[in-house]
Structure formats: structure tokens, C-alpha cells
Design a protein around this ligand. Structure first.
Ligand SMILES: Nc1nc2c(c(=O)[nH]1)N[C@H]1C(S)=C(S)[C@@H](COP(=O)(O)OP(=O)(O)OC[C@H]3O[C@@H](n4cnc5c(=O)[nH]c(N)nc54)[C@H](O)[C@@H]3O)O[C@H]1N2
Ligand SMILES: Nc1nc2c(c(=O)[nH]1)N[C@H]1C(S)=C(S)[C@@H](COP(=O)(O)OP(=O)(O)OC[C@H]3O[C@@H](n4cnc5c(=O)[nH]c(N)nc54)[C@H](O)[C@@H]3O)O[C@H]1N2
Ligand code: SF4
Ligand SMILES: [Mo]
Length: 694
């Protein structure tokens, strides 16, 4: 018998590649790229094949479990829901509504059931203590978009299929497959730029996999991109290269700020020569089209918000905003821009209790989570819900969070594994996932380098004892609000997608999408900024107040960038094609092979410290110490060392045997929760001062 074939989009990372899955009964025979998907063109990476491993993984939970003194015991859904609802209600009644906190992790945006139904639970909790992986990642992008274009979700996407010059700062798309830029098959798309005579330039403290494919790479001292961007803008104005459109405000204020940051002035701070800065700007401004793209390497720094602002401003004043080959805006089939106006554009309405950090988009910085649990007083967090998240490994100072989680009166995790975070939970509620669920990519269709859309049906039915994520959230929400209905099937959130598609620009619906198993291509990005802009005056704001105020902090730091003698190296992070943040290491096919959790260090920095290839070295920061094997390389900037994130599976009680056999260390046992982007609240992972010794 021939195997059957199922087509769907991979939901593991932002590239949303089309998959062709051969199966027989409930067995996956093979997973390959779907050549008929016009967007991903057959591209696939090794993680997609591991969807089979997640589906079959004996360690994946399929039923709720409760932690007891004798270990984990399976319980019924009814029992689990009863206990969660009653514990949360009692804790809120005894302490305060803010005593219950919630943390939503990265796969929340990759599972439309969670994305659509999870917010209902957040609202029902009425707590200010909402946290998410967003504050370890892209809050600065949202902040800059909100301030400049009027909506935090109006993110400019580099039109790399048409550009002649692609400047990449702090992104490594060859390893990450692109981010805030949904771009399957990025390697071929990059090559196509070069084949049409264009150029790719990478600015990164490491000579990355992307740098190796680029035309130029320049090392930058970590966390100094804000100075580089100021100097790049300085050159544009000083040399009369400005091509700003008319529909902008704040041009004069911006000119004034950058006037004193000449390339010469920032040479020492950035480690990039003035001539090089001028050369980059000259090539950028003389290209037919050009786009600067800055990703997590420039958002997870103390000036993440300012970096994204200045980067957008650079695209605007060089005449590349909303232009083919420049930075463009999508026109998604389901557009949450209009319906979410006024919902997320909120800032500093309240602050975190202990450190007074600002709320943004309804959430508080996750760097403050541990102290909000550990510091006694009115409003202290006593209970926590985590969903799709592993903050012990993914947020700064994970060891402090380990201590904090043990102090909670109650913790429940909506998750599929007993891992570093969920081992602290009293109950774990596992949803069906991966090949068992339907999926509509609300987020990444809206961030793609072409206008695309598709709906994926489940391949296999969920097991009888499992529940869909949206069923879990709806049940908990109903129990908390008292608005209870048993007809959950009728509330499948994909009905909302159907409605959204009908009201969208292309007047589609789910049944129509079902006719396109390889996805629907709605064409290249088109100039549309005037329709999309959400500012009241319909102008791009080049010098918004909140960002202008941050310039004072930039000045202060500029004059104080010396490292202390104790911590004389700067730590940065990296991603590997076969990792997916912290959670896919229980797949043998992804984790096998050479140890990837090593410290990259420049051979001269190593020699100075008598470190040789494979030496076990100690890395110490203000918050902790880890022991890891060194890997000598000339691909690191001098003075900068690099660890991957998402490792450290040797904590007691983790039930992921394959991952534990390749445990590695957690870089977030070194990152510092006290250093963050004070403006946006984003965590800082780049340029953490450390000492390395053997
Ligand atoms: N030092 C350092 N730290 C970083 C980063 C860095 O570059 N350097 N990157 C940051 C970034 S960009 C991000 S996005 C965060 C990610 O941080 P998190 O979102 O906190 O962590 P993940 O590692 O993505 O863990 C995902 C969790 O979801 C669970 N899960 C997987 N699939 C499902 C599902 O279908 N349903 C449910 N309910 N659960 C599921 C997994 O078991 C795991 O517990 O990490 C951040 N941390
Ligand atoms: N294979 C794989 N793919 C992934 C993920 C994964 O874990 N594994 N995670 C997904 C997630 S959640 C996200 S958010 C995206 C992230 O996607 P990317 O932003 O492409 O992520 P990284 O590969 O971490 O690239 C960040 C780069 O910034 C550099 N960098 C560090 N500090 C600085 C600095 O101060 N200045 C400059 N200019 N550069 C700096 C680093 O050396 C690194 O090369 O990837 C997604 N895709
Ligand atoms: S690149 Fe991302 S979306 Fe594409 S197959 Fe790999 S994990 Fe899936
Ligand atoms: Mo992320």
C-alpha cells in the first residue's frame, strides 16, 4: 500500500516552511520540504523532521500530572481543572488579584489555539503580573513601531527578494531561518541578491554562518550598535545623502541628536573604523535599493529600543522605507492591526512593584519576575501559570528563578514536558501539539517577505485522553469568570480566523484556504504605508518623545564603557540550526553529534589565559558561574566570548533523558536580570561582562 500524503506548514520557527509528510495509519514515514509550496520552494531544515520525534516522544505528556512526594501521578482533566481554578481563586481572594502571575513562552505564537484562547485567560485573571518571552526578544521592535508608525505590530519587513543591498545587524538568518522576517529558504534568497549584482553586509561580534555567505562582515563590540547607528545617520546628514520623504515629523530633532556622533567619535566604542562606517553608508545610499535589518542581537541590549528606532530612521531618511527592495509592510489576509488598535499601544500605565519597571503592551519585563515572587509585601506573586515557556533556561538569572519558583504557593504549567521550569509546577496540563492540531499562522503570515496565507489541518487525531490547547484555556477561563458553557467544540478559535479572513483585504475564508494545501501566494510586498500607518497625523515620527528622552541615557553610557578588571570579557549568544530555543533536545536526531554547548573564544584571548582547545573553563558573571569546554576560534571578535542558549538540562527532576545526556550549561545562569533596556523593559543577553579562567 502506498503511504498517504499530508501537507502542512511547519510551526516550529518563523519560516513556516511547507512540509510534505508521508504516513501510514498513525505512523509518520517521512517528512520533507513541499516543492509545490511557492513560498518555501521545498526548503526544510532538520527540525521539521523532528516533528515525528515530538509526536512519538514517550516523555511527552498526554494527560495532566500532579507532583506528589512519591513523584508525578496522572490525574483526570476534571480533577486538574478543579484544582487549578480553586487554587487560583483562593490565592487571589487571600492576597490580591496581582498575586497570580502568568508567563507565556515562545510556542504561544506558533500555536494558533493558544494564541487565540490564551489571552482570554490572561484577561480573566485581571492581574498586572503578565510576563512573556516577548521581553526577552522583540519588545524593542514593538516599541519603535508604536512610536514611529503608531502601532506596535506595524513592523517593517526587509524586502530581500528585491533589494540590492542588505545590511544585517545582530541577526544570523542562516542559523535561525530568519526572524521578524518570515523567510523560508533564506540561503537561496541571500544568494539571489548577490547574483543580481547586489551586496550583503553583516555587522556582528562573531563571524557567523550568515557572515560566511555575505560579501562583507565587520566585527562590532557588543551592545554598541546604538553608537554605530547614530554615526551612520550622522554621515547621511553631514554628507547631504538625505532622501527623507515628506510625510515625516522630527527630522530636525533627529539631525540635532546625531550631529555630535561622527564616525571618528564612535570608533573606540564600537571597534569599527570611521572609514568603514562611511564606506557602509556610501554603498547603502548609492545602491538602487537598500535595507537595514536589525534583529535580536541589537534588541537584547541596553539600548534595544533606541537601536530599533535609529535603524528604522536610517531606512526612512535614506529613502528606503515602503519602497520595493527596502523596508516594507505586509498586507496580511487576516489583519489584526485594525482590531487591535488601542489594545496593545499602552505604556507605563503601571510599574513593576519592586523595581518600578514600566509596563508595555500589557506586560511587565520578565527580568523582574523572580524579585516579584521573592520580595514580600502587598502585591507579591504567590501563584504562577506558565504556558509554552521555559523561563528557567530562557530568562536572565535562571538560578534565582529556580529559588523563586520553589517559594510559590501554587504553580501550574500548560506544557508538554517535565522540564527545567515545569518540574517546579504542582500540576502540568499538556495540550495536543504539532501534527495533532490545526494551525493558522496569525503572526508570521503578517511578517513574511511576501504576502502569503495558509491553513494547516491536523494530520493525526489527538489521543482520547488529550485536550486541545484552546479547550484548556477556555475551560480555565470559564471557571474563573463563572461564564461556563459545555459547548466547547462550538468555540473552536479557528472560527475567529474564518471571520478575520472574511473581513480581510482578500475576502477569503477557511474553506477557500483548504483548497490550497500548498499555501496561497498573494504576491510580493507592495508600497502601502499610507494605508497602514496608524499615527494620527499619518506621518512617520522620526523623533518621538520617549525615544528622544532616552538619548540622555545613551550619552551617559557613551562616556562610561570601560570594563571592570574583574569581568574583562563580554559574553554573547548563538543559535544552531538543530536547536530550537530550549525545548527540542529530547530528539536524538537533533542533539546527536559533536557537543554544541561550548564556549567560543578567540585563540589569542585563550592563549593569554592558558586555555587550550577542549579545556574545561569557568565562566563567572555577577550572578553565577558555569563550567564548560572551550573552543578556540578566530571567528570571534577579540574580547568577546560566545555560548549557545537553551542548554542546562542537568537540573534535578527533569524528565528528558536524551536531553539530559547532552545537558550542557545554561547561559542564563550567567545573564543578569538587573541589566535591561530600561526604556522598553527588554532583557539583555548581549555583552554580559564575564571572567573566563581555568
Ligand atoms: N541568553 C539568551 N536567552 C534567550 C535568548 C537568547 O538569544 N539568549 N533568546 C530569547 C528568545 S528570542 C526567546 S523567544 C525565548 C524563548 O523562551 P521560552 O519561550 O520561555 O522558552 P522555549 O525554550 O521556547 O520553551 C518552550 C516551552 O514550550 C513547551 N512547548 C512546546 N510546544 C508546546 C505546545 O504546543 N504547547 C505548549 N503548551 N507548550 C509547548 C516546551 O516544552 C517548553 O517548555 O528565549 C529567550 N532567551
Ligand atoms: N535554529 C534555530 N532557529 C531559531 C531559534 C533557535 O533557537 N534555533 N530561535 C527562534 C527565535 S525565538 C528567534 S527570536 C529567532 C532569532 O533570530 P536571529 O535574530 O537571527 O538570532 P541569532 O541567531 O541569535 O542571531 C543574533 C546575532 O546577533 C549577534 N549579536 C550578539 N550581540 C550583538 C551585538 O551587540 N551587536 C550585533 N550587531 N550583533 C550581536 C550574535 O552573534 C548573533 O549572530 O530565531 C528563531 N529561529
Ligand atoms: S526552517 Fe523553521 S519552519 Fe522551516 S522546517 Fe525548519 S523549523 Fe520548520
Ligand atoms: Mo524569540
Amino acid at each position: 500500500m502506498n503511504p498517504s500524503i499530508h501537507y502542512r506548514a511547519c510551526n516550529l520557527c518563523e519560516a513556516i516552511c511547507g512540509l510534505e509528510i508521508k504516513y501510514e495509519g498513525n505512523q509518520v514515514i517521512s517528512i520533507a520540504g513541499d516543492k509545490n509550496d511557492q513560498f518555501s520552494r521545498g526548503h526544510v531544515c532538520p527540525k521539521a523532521v523532528a516533528l515525528k520525534d515530538i509526536y512519538e516522544d514517550p516523555n511527552r505528556l498526554r494527560q495532566p500530572v500532579r507532583r506528589t512526594e512519591k513523584g508525578w501521578e496522572t490525574i483526570s482533566w476534571q480533577e486538574a481543572f478543579d484544582e487549578v481554578a480553586s487554587k487560583l481563586k483562593v490565592i487571589q481572594a487571600q492576597h490580591s488579584t496581582n498575586a497570580v502571575a502568568m508567563y507565556a513562552g515562545n510556542p504561544s505564537v506558533h500555536n494558533s489555539g493558544t494564541f487565540l484562547a490564551g489571552t482570554g485567560l490572561m484577561r480573566a485573571l485581571k492581574t498586572k503580573n503578565i510576563f512573556s518571552a516577548t521581553s526577552t526578544d522583540q519588545l524593542p521592535h514593538h516599541f519603535a513601531a508604536w512610536q514611529m508608525f503608531g502601532h506596535p505590530f506595524l513592523l517593517p519587513i526587509p524586502d530581500i527578494d528585491h533589494t540590492d543591498f542588505w545590511l544585517i545587524m545582530g541577526g544570523n538568518p542562516i542559523a535561525s531561518n530568519g526572524s521578524l522576517m518570515t523567510v523560508p529558504d533564506v540561503a537561496n534568497r541571500l544568494k539571489a541578491i548577490q547574483q543580481r549584482g547586489g551586496k550583503v553586509v553583516v555587522i556582528d561580534p562573531r563571524f557567523t554562518e550568515t557572515a560566511a555567505k555575505a560579501d562583507e562582515h565587520h566585527f562590532i563590540r557588543p551592545a554598541t550598535d546604538v553608537f554605530l547607528l547614530l554615526a551612520m545617520l550622522h554621515v547621511v546628514f553631514a554628507e547631504g545623502l538625505d532622501k527623507s520623504p515628506d510625510d515625516v515629523t522630527g527630522l530636525e530633532a533627529l539631525k540635532e541628536i546625531v550631529a555630535e556622533f561622527s564616525p571618528e567619535k564612535v570608533e573606540d566604542q564600537t571597534g569599527i573604523k570611521a572609514d568603514t562606517i562611511r564606506h557602509i553608508v556610501h554603498e547603502f545610499t548609492s545602491a538602487k535599493s537598500a535595507v537595514a535589518y536589525g534583529r535580536i542581537g541589537i534588541s537584547t541590549q541596553a539600548f534595544g529600543g533606541a537601536c530599533q528606532w535609529l535603524l528604522n530612521a536610517f531606512n526612512v531618511v535614506t529613502g528606503n522605507m515602503d519602497k520595493v527592495g527596502g523596508a516594507m509592510f505586509t498586507q496580511p489576509a487576516m489583519d489584526i492591526l485594525s482590531t487591535s488598535k488601542g489594545v496593545y499601544d499602552k505604556y507605563n500605565r503601571y510599574q513593576s512593584r519592586v523595581r518600578g519597571l514600566p509596563e508595555f503592551m500589557g506586560e511587565l519585563p520578565v527580568s523582574a519576575l523572580a524579585e516579584e515572587i521573592l520580595t514580600e509585601g502587598e502585591g507579591q506573586i504567590k501563584a504562577l501559570i506558565t504556558s509554552c515557556g521555559n523561563p528557567i533556561l530562557s530568562t536572565p538569572n535562571g538560578r534565582q528563578l529556580d529559588v523563586a519558583f520553589e517559594k510559590l504557593e501554587f504553580m501550574v504549567s500548560v506544557d508538554i514536558y517535565i522540564n527545567e521550569t515545569t518540574r517546579h509546577a504542582h500540576l502540568i496540563l499538556p495540550p495536543a501539539t504539532g501534527l495533532e492540531v490545526s494551525h493558522y499562522d496569525l503572526t508570521f503570515n503578517a511578517l513574511a517577505v511576501r504576502n502569503v496565507t495558509r491553513f494547516s489541518e491536523p494530520l493525526f487525531p489527538k489521543s482520547d485522553e488529550a485536550k486541545y490547547d484552546w479547550e484548556i484555556f477556555q475551560e480555565l477561563t470559564a471557571r474563573l469568570t463563572g461564564e461556563y458553557t459545555t459547548d466547547f467544540q462550538a468555540q473552536d478559535p479557528h472560527a475567529k480566523v474564518d471571520m478575520g479572513l472574511r473581513f480581510g483585504a482578500y475576502k477569503l475564508n477557511l474553506d477557500e484556504l483548504r483548497k490550497y494545501p500548498h499555501g496561497m501566494d498573494l504576491g510580493p510586498l507592495k508600497s502601502c504605508l499610507f494605508n497602514r500607518l496608524q499615527t494620527i497625523d499619518k506621518k512617520i515620527h522620526l523623533a518621538p518623545d520617549l525615544l528622544l528622552k532616552d538619548v540622555v541615557r545613551i550619552h551617559k553610557t557613551f562616556n562610561n564603557t570601560k570594563l571592570s578588571a574583574d569581568f574583562d570579557l563580554l559574553l554573547i549568544n548563538r543559535r544552531h540550526l538543530r536547536d530550537n530555543n530550549s525545548w527540542m533536545h529530547n530528539s536524538e536526531r537533533l542533539i546527536k553529534g559533536r557537543n554544541r554547548c561550548t564556549l567560543l573564544i578567540h585563540s589569542q584571548d585563550a592563549a593569554q589565559r592558558k586555555i587550550e582547545e577542549g579545556t574545561m573553563v569557568k565562566i563567572r558573571s555577577r550572578v553565577g558561574e558555569v563550567l564548560v569546554s572551550a573552543k578556540l576560534t578566530d571567528k570571534m571578535m577579540r574580547g568577546v566570548v560566545c555560548l549557545p542558549h537553551g542548554y542546562g538540562h542537568d537540573r534535578a527532576g527533569v524528565q528528558l533523558p536524551i536531553a539530559q545526556a547532552h545537558a550542557g550549561v545554561s547561559v542564563n545562569d550567567l545573564t543578569d536580570e538587573l541589566i535591561l533596556d530600561e526604556l522598553t523593559g527588554n532583557a539583555v543577553f548581549g555583552g554580559v561582562p564575564v571572567q573566563v579562567y581555568c
